[in-house]
Ligand binder design. Structure first.
Ligand code: ZN
Length: 819
């Protein structure tokens, strides 16, 4: 009597089996190769959506595959539990963020367990717990001692009605998200981590990240933004003592400078405002219309003449100084030399305010373009530049630099776009910064033995002011140095700090004497990291920086945290990204209930390769379910014979030509599937198992030879699918008496004997360069071989849209494609 496919029954049984045996709890083991697989730490929002499911299933498939390869695999899970959404939810619902967060974690943990993820739950981390942030505070103190954590004034978004600092995402059209009041820029003293000390190393380290997507490496490189240039001093007219410093990457254009632009916070702007009411009003206007850095390029460029002039360091001409809304005080020196003929932004501004445009560079050595219409921004040859005429841009860079350096008016400099990491948040739901302020002793670090500085859990934030700054029980304390009354720092740390070192803490989450122990050296770096492309810049950069800090504290012994990175594609519905705000979110819960977790996992791996977008399809889910049910029913049907045969099947000699051919197809498909598994191409692995099932389902189980092939085929299919659909394969592996635990079986290898018959390998070249290899049958004619080669993904990628001139085939040896 066959049993029907009942996902809920077999899934619960498999999960219980793993839980009872602690199947995924791992210890350090030097006799095995380690593999650390990690999906990015989730924020406990409470509900999983299909984007989550896809992300975490990818990580789980890789982990289970590595387990089956015999490696010692660590796959942990935890919660990025501090942050703004909990605080906002708490304000709206009038409850503590702690309560909201705990509830959400419980919900999400349950959902993760239903999906059968192979997590070592004994290592679960929750970043809002003192056991975790204790060590973050400890590291802060180390960095403070080294001068790598320091305080300086920086601009924030200030809501004058709520009396609170707003995050960029809380500013909507220049107004506070709750109060609707126009947001002001305000300078307050804040804590920073000196990431710029590591700028060179962060840049150079990118070269070692050969298993990261190129796009991510490029984004990191651009964010760090190293540029070589010249710092130039401009004297102020009528004031020899005062001068302006500007930085330029184009000193070759210096002779075309016609004005100087300064930030509205620049001291000269303030000086000008004291003399002129119109200027004062302009500064006030800039203050109110602060936009995010990314929007500065597109905002309307505004300016006002300051009344001051700068002296050109070579021509000694007077250049007017303009106060602008697009030169940033935070970047460089807050002043730029403007060369409207050779810079688009300067050109736009000069045209608007009718400032002179003086061209000095052209490709042919003289002006051949209409410089009143458009800037010429390429390098070229100098003209109208006095003694520098006829030099190329590159020559002029050096000659002008040397000239200014000799005259003590310049200095060669390397600038980075990267700024120090501002970690102060004027919020409640975060890690307290372990600093005490004393009237007598000044800034005093909390002594290590007094850590952790615990965050009070009973505060219900109101949205007015900083909750910690209003909580006397928290901020009132005694100075650790003189014992007099003192106050605590009430800023908390940016939540990016917690998520920048959690991967290392998973290695030793129970360690209560120090931040990390030797177990972290065993497991790190993470071998495979998985997450969204939206984290390509900040999270990954901060984690790389933190890894280097921890290495310098001798807590870790490698240079980079993540060896291989996979950025998964988006989940789309009707071509639109699934998101709460679009209202098109598909939740996994009802699908798990209807079809089982294996179906949900199978669909999300089958519908697209992991790094590409996945289009949601109800019929695709239905199809995944039908495949699993077909596999189940077939296995149940042949179960009695398979149980009889499964020990001997693999060593059997087939002599029937048709069976030999089917076996060959099985093993060539397996060979391809194994390659695809290695490069995380799970969608084609699933297709391979479908092909295999179609091959063996046609066979007759009553014929002993055919039954043997069915047995062999099923054992391959189950193992190939085990990482993707772990429950059904776990159940069938036992049902068919292949063994007790499929995870402990060996990974299937293609039999060379099965595939060699009549097969030859050919080298594939494009324009004589080795680009791949294919296996063809002796019988294949040239046309078939050509078709096969052109279908290879790898070859298609190399060919791109180049047109093929001819294809040369040297029989038995190689194929050369000429483009
Ligand atoms: Zn003191």
């Amino acid at each position: 009597m066959n049993t029907a496919y009942q996902p809920e029954v077999i899934e619960q049984a498999a999960q219980k089996y793993w839980q009872d045996r602690h199947s995924f709890e791992v210890r350090e083991d030097l006799s095995k190769e380690k593999f650390y697989c990690l999906s990015m730490l989730p924020y406990p929002s409470g509900e999983l959506h299909m984007g989550h499911v896809r992300n975490y299933t990818i990580g789980d498939v890789i982990s289970r595959y590595q387990i089956m390869l015999g490696k010692n695999v660590l796959q942990p899970m935890g919660w990025d539990a501090f942050g703004l959404p909990a605080e906002n939810a708490a304000i709206q619902r009038e409850l503590s963020p702690h309560e909201w967060t705990e509830k959400n974690i419980a919900k999400m943990r349950k959902q993760f367990k239903q999906l059968g993820y192979a997590y070592d739950w004994s290592r679960e981390i929750t970043t809002c717990k003192p056991e975790y942030y204790h060590w973050e505070q400890w590291l802060f103190l180390k960095l403070y001692q080294k001068g790598l954590a320091y305080k300086k004034n920086a601009v924030v978004n200030w809501d004058p009605v709520d009396g609170t600092v707003l995050a960029n995402e809380q500013v909507i059209d220049g107004k506070g998200w709750r109060s609707g009041a126009p947001v002001e820029r305000r300078e307050i003293s804040q804590w920073f981590f000196k990431i710029t000390d590591y700028a060179d190393e962060l840049l150079e380290g990118l070269q070692s990240l050969t298993q990261w997507p190129e796009q991510v490496v490029t984004m990191q490189r651009n964010w760090i933004g190293r540029s070589e240039g010249l710092q130039i001093l401009f004297n102020l007219a009528n004031d020899d003592a005062e001068f302006l410093e500007i930085f330029t990457t184009r000193p070759d254009t210096l002779m075309g400078a016609t004005y100087v632009g300064i930030a509205f916070e620049h001291p000269i702007a303030k000086k000008a405002a004291n003399k002129d009411k119109k200027i004062a009003k302009f500064l006030e206007q800039c203050q109110h219309t602060r936009v995010a850095e990314a929007d500065i390029a597109t905002q309307e460029k505004l300016g006002i003449f300051s009344g001051f002039y700068a002296i050109h360091p070579i021509t000694k001409k007077e250049l007017p100084i303009w106060i602008t809304n697009f030169v940033l005080m935070e970047y460089g020196t807050g002043a730029v030399m403007a060369v409207p003929a050779h810079d688009e932004r300067d050109h736009e501004f000069a045209t608007k305010y009718q400032l002179p445009i003086v061209p000095v560079i052209a490709s042919a050595g003289k002006s051949t373009w209409d410089y009143t219409k458009k800037a010429y921004t390429d390098p070229g040859i100098l003209f109208d530049s006095g003694e520098f005429n006829q030099l190329t841009s590159a020559e002029a860079f050096n000659t002008i630099a040397d000239y200014l350096i000799q005259n003590k008016r310049g200095e060669r400099q390397i600038h980075f776009r990267l700024r120090d990491w501002g970690i102060s948040r004027q919020r409640y739901w975060g890690t307290p910064i372990p600093i005490i302020y004393c009237k007598e002793c000044g800034t005093v670090p909390v002594p290590e033995e007094d850590l952790p500085v615990k965050l009070p859990l009973d505060i219900i934030p109101t949205g007015h002011g900083s909750p910690l700054a209003k909580d006397r029980n928290f901020y009132r304390t005694k100075c650790p140095q003189c014992g007099k009354a003192a106050t605590r720092e009430t800023d908390t740390m940016d939540t990016f700090v917690e998520s920048s070192w959690y991967y290392a803490r998973y290695c030793c989450p129970d360690q209560d004497q120090t931040m990390l122990d030797d177990r972290a050296k065993y497991w790190t770096p993470v071998d495979q990291y998985i997450g969204g492309i939206e984290h390509a810049v900040l999270h990954l950069l901060y984690a790389r920086f933190m890894h280097k800090l921890l290495r310098d504290e001798e807590l870790l012994n490698s240079n980079e945290p993540f060896t291989r990175l996979l950025t998964q594609g988006m989940v789309l519905k009707d071509g639109v990204k699934m998101s709460k705000s679009k209202g098109n979110v598909v939740q996994p819960q009802p699908l798990i209930k209807k079809y089982g977790a294996d179906t949900v996992r199978l669909f999300s791996m089958f519908a697209a390769p992991p790094d590409q977008s996945l289009e949601w399809s109800d019929s695709g889910v239905e199809g995944a379910y039908r495949f699993l049910r077909r596999l189940w029913n077939f296995a149940e049907e042949v179960k009695p014979v398979v149980i009889q045969l499964n020990q001997q099947a693999l060593s059997h000699q087939f002599d029937d030509a048709e069976l030999l051919s089917i076996r060959k197809q099985l093993h060539t498909t397996l060979r391809q599937a194994n390659q695809d598994f290695g490069r995380n191409q799970f969608n084609t692995v699933v297709s391979a198992t479908m092909i295999m099932l179609n091959l063996i389902i046609k066979l007759n189980a009553k014929n002993p030879d055919q039954a043997r092939l069915i047995t062999e085929g099923l054992s391959i299919i189950l193992r190939l699918l085990a990482p993707i659909t772990p429950h059904i394969t776990h159940a069938l592996w036992q049902e068919l008496d292949f063994g007790e635990d499929i995870l402990k079986s060996s990974w299937p290898k293609p039999s060379s004997k099965a595939t060699q018959t009549n097969l030859i390998d050919l080298i594939v070249q494009i324009n004589g360069k080795l680009r791949g290899q294919i296996t063809v049958s002796h019988e294949s004619d040239n046309k078939q071989i050509e078709e096969m080669v052109l279908q290879q993904e790898n070859i298609q990628r190399h060919l791109g849209d180049k047109s093929i001139k001819k294809i040369v085939i040297v029989p038995g040896k190689l194929i050369n494609i000429v483009v």
